[in-house]
Design a protein around this ligand. Structure first.
Ligand SMILES: [Zn+2]
Length: 65
């Protein structure tokens, strides 16, 4: 598990560097001089859409949610 898939070990990237691990969140926090909790909140806010907005899509064309 990684922090992007939800639970378990937040430092296991499943062998895929695209997974977001706790280490990456903490590095981002240091880079931005904010707490890891604030990084997580900022990421969440960036994906927090009003229901009427056009859904975001992945490069594959699949909806983000
Ligand atoms: Zn995971």
């Amino acid at each position: 598990m990684c922090v992007s898939c939800g639970n378990g070990n937040p430092d296991d990237d499943h062998g895929n560097p695209d997974s977001i691990t706790a280490v990456k969140i903490e590095l981002a926090a240091v880079a931005a001089r904010i707490s890891p909790q604030q990084v997580a909140q900022n990421i969440s806010a960036a994906y927090d859409h009003a229901p009427t907005e056009t859904p975001m899509t992945w490069p594959t064309g699949n909806p983000v949610r």
